[in-house]
Design a protein around this ligand. Structure first.
Ligand SMILES: Nc1ncnc2c1ncn2[C@@H]1O[C@H](COP(=O)(O)OP(=O)(O)O)[C@@H](O)[C@H]1O
Ligand SMILES: [Mg+2]
Length: 232
């Protein structure tokens, strides 16, 4: 069964590409047939994939931002048969009216947020758009926030967590500010593909996120509201 994760937040630099590439690498190296869809014309995910060594577990890439006259969008978006994980990286340029189509069949929607005032404001706007424009129902519990680049015990982190608590949207992971992300991304790798003893502390911060995603996949999110109601 194909499971789809969309990483989204119109704020540049919040960690969308970092989340998307690390998730794709994690699923590929766990044996899933994985596709990474890049909706951003800055093509960061696509470049990461090009750097990835050929001996590593393969990830199929779709550069969804390419507008080639000979190749229709639907062709670009066609997934290889047997695809089990799709991770979608999106652009900072995404408008609220593009959101419904992007997230319609997503099992999970991840919103990375940095602990700063500007980013907290942008994230609340993004979540409001997801709820009101894209009509994602809270009870579907498809949206998860990832607090990113956090430093322990800072005021900014506490403000971020307090704000997220008021939204009734779960914080599914708190990732540290860590040099390992840049180092791995430069090599087309994911954190989970590094020697565990080198990245142990950061790997631990991914466990709640991966567990939450498994829960989403198991529950069969994205069902029409009617069947969710029928199931109680
Ligand atoms: N947790 C983190 N710790 C340290 N650096 C990070 C972290 N998350 C992202 N970065 C760095 O921040 C920059 C922006 O992240 P990126 O994932 O490209 O954001 P976006 O795709 O939302 O624009 C990149 O250089 C990335 O390596
Ligand atoms: Mg990006």
């Amino acid at each position: 069964m194909t499971r789809k994760i969309v990483v989204l937040n119109p704020k540049g630099g919040s960690g969308k590409t970092t989340l998307a590439t690390n998730l794709a690498a994690h699923y590929a190296s766990s044996g899933f047939s994985t596709t990474l869809v890049d909706h951003d014309s800055q093509a960061s995910s696509t470049r990461w994939l090009r750097k990835r060594a050929t001996h590593l577990p393969a990830i199929n890439g779709i550069a969804a931002f390419e507008k080639n006259a000979r190749v229709t969008r639907s062709f670009l978006m066609r997934l290889p048969p047997g695809t089990t994980r799709v991770v979608v990286d999106t652009s900072a340029a995404i408008a609220a009216q593009d959101m419904p189509e992007l997230v319609r069949d997503a099992d999970a929607i991840l919103v990375p947020v940095l602990p700063s005032d500007i980013d907290i404001h942008a994230a609340s706007r993004c979540i409001a758009d997801l709820l009101l424009v894209a009509k994602v129902k809270r009870r579907e519990q498809r949206i998860g926030v990832v607090a990113n680049r956090t430093r322990r015990n800072t005021l900014a982190l506490q403000t971020l967590l307090r704000f997220l608590g008021t939204l009734d949207i779960p914080v599914v992971a708190t990732l540290r500010d860590s040099a390992h992300y840049l180092r791995t991304s430069e090599q087309g790798l994911g954190l989970h593909e590094m020697k565990a003893y080198l990245v142990r502390e950061d790997l631990a911060t991914w466990q709640p996120l991966l567990a939450w995603l498994e829960g989403r996949f198991a529950e069969g999110a994205g069902l029409p509201a009617a069947s969710l109601e029928a199931a109680g």
